[in-house]
Ligand binder design. Structure first.
Ligand code: SF4
Ligand code: SF4
Length: 58
């Protein structure tokens, strides 16, 4: 997969807590009120397992 073509989506459950950012090795999550993946995301799906409200979908 080429960079910048990630498919991870953050749904409306996101409360902007920022916890997911600690688990992304590529620092590919930006949180400004709500989490968003940057072009650095490689779809590894690691972060989705750690979101307490299951807001990150592959
Ligand atoms: S995606 Fe989940 S862990 Fe990340 S900021 Fe939103 S609610 Fe928090
Ligand atoms: S899927 Fe992987 S690379 Fe993308 S934001 Fe989540 S932990 Fe980071």
């Amino acid at each position: 997969m080429k960079s910048g073509e990630y498919t991870m989506k953050v749904n409306d459950n996101c409360v902007g807590c920022g916890q997911c950012t600690a688990f992304c090795k590529l620092d590919a999550i930006e949180v400004r009120g709500k989490a968003n993946m940057t072009a650095a995301c490689i779809d590894c799906k690691t972060c989705s397992a750690y979101c307490p409200v299951k807001a990150i979908e592959a």
